[in-house]
Design a protein around this ligand. Structure first.
Ligand SMILES: Cc1cc2nc3c(=O)[nH]c(=O)nc-3n(C[C@H](O)[C@H](O)[C@H](O)COP(=O)(O)O)c2cc1C
Length: 365
């Protein structure tokens, strides 16, 4: 399957697999797609180790790295204490579910959160990333800043930008990005409000020669075929890999995902401070209730929920029943995730289904 995307990166398949799991990234690339590792969950040493491992596994096949580089100088990174009202609110919520949380709000938030949110941390992640000669760097959440694009281009690395509207797309095209990922509202993680079906052709028509990947709601061959029919040069998938053998999400969370339906996600600010699609849980209901304090700005809400989530996942690992609280970033395709498969199998099924779907077009429906 040749598209402008496969030609640009020398791929066999018009498929990019975004994941924080090194095993998924390596398998997608080795299968002929482009695996893209999320860098933000890692401190520089970990990222270095993962990228070394992926490069060995891929045996020369291209892979990418997804970063979160803020558009301007880092401001507003929470360094002071979190508001007492908010800490108390979360403490009570956790207590209702049998989770004690002494020290909540002062747990140190984990090195990875503070690394990916600090100016020095971002630069260190960039240094590690470029040292590994990725085939692509992508920027999450908002416009890829000019300094990322300039550095990548100076190193001969193409840049992809995730966008959720034509306004974002125009800005990125003016900055000179090489690939646009048109991410619809169905997607897991931070996402806008326009559906993939509407957004993709709109962005394809704007993008000229710049390849557009469709993202959001793509997890099987028919959806991949639909992306191509919408004019995309391929698909960029994130949620589907959560149900893979190589994915590192805790089993307790995976079990919840396998039981969820397509209506069980919510686009909510309650976990990070910005609208992100995730599995709806008692956490989101509580933050939407009349007595909830207002959600904090991004970094602070993220730090608050990071502590809380560490406690929720620890309780789940101990075998305690915290199912009602359990959640993770996931898109609406969660409803089709019913079994755990090897990543290779997921890629294979998607491509075979796509070929079949395209072959069936024109036949009687
Ligand atoms: C668990 C999870 C975490 C995500 N984190 C990020 C991220 O850190 N950076 C990013 O660019 N996109 C992130 N995304 C969005 C994906 O890159 C991708 O655009 C999205 O998953 C596509 O839609 P889908 O979830 O329907 O496959 C995340 C998605 C998921 C499911």
């Amino acid at each position: 399957m040749d598209t402008r995307f496969t030609t640009m990166f020398g791929l066999e398949l018009p498929l990019a697999g975004f994941s924080r799991s090194p095993g998924v990234v390596a398998e997608v690339s080795a299968a002929g797609g482009l695996g893209v590792l999320a860098a933000t969950p890692y401190v520089p040493d970990e990222l270095d180790r993962h990228l070394t491992w992926i490069a060995e596994r891929c045996d020369g096949a291209p892979f990418g790295v997804d970063l979160l580089v803020p558009p301007g100088p880092m401001t507003g990174v929470a360094s002071g204490p979190l508001p007492v009202t908010h800490v108390d609110f979360v403490r009570e919520l956790l207590a209702e579910h049998g989770i004690a949380s002494p020290g909540l709000g002062q747990l140190g938030h984990g090195a990875t959160t503070t690394t990916s949110l600090s100016a020095d941390g971002v630069e260190a992640l960039l240094d590690v990333t470029f040292a590994h000669r990725p085939a692509l760097v992508a920027n999450a959440l908002g416009p890829a800043p000019a300094r990322l694009i300039e550095r990548a281009h100076a190193e001969d690395v193409p840049v992809a930008a995730l966008i959720g509207s034509s306004t974002h797309a125009r800005r990125q095209l003016d900055l000179g990005v090489d690939v646009l990922v048109a991410q619809g509202t169905e997607a897991g993680g931070h996402t806008g409000s326009i559906a993939t079906m509407v957004l993709t052709p709109e962005i394809v028509d704007l993008a000229g020669d710049v390849p557009v990947l469709a993202a959001g709601g793509i997890a099987d061959g028919r959806q991949l075929a639909a992306s191509l029919a919408l004019g995309a040069a391929g698909a960029w998938c994130g949620s589907v890999w959560l149900a893979s053998e190589e994915d590192i999400t805790p089993t307790t969370v995976k079990r919840r995902l396998l039981r969820a339906g397509s209506g069980d996600t919510v686009r909510s600010t309650a976990r990070t401070g910005k609208p992100a699609r995730q599995l709806r849980s008692a956490w989101h209901d509580a933050w939407e209730s009349a007595d909830a304090p207002p959600v904090l700005p991004m970094n602070q809400q993220l730090l608050l929920s990071k502590d809380a989530w560490a406690l929720i996942e620890a309780a789940a690992e101990e075998g305690r029943d915290v199912d009602e609280l359990t959640s993770f970033f996931v898109g609406q395709v969660v409803g089709r995730m019913t079994e755990i498969r090897p990543t290779r199998q997921i890629v294979h099924d998607m491509v075979a289904g796509c070929v079949e779907a395209i072959g069936g077009l024109g036949g009687r429906r």
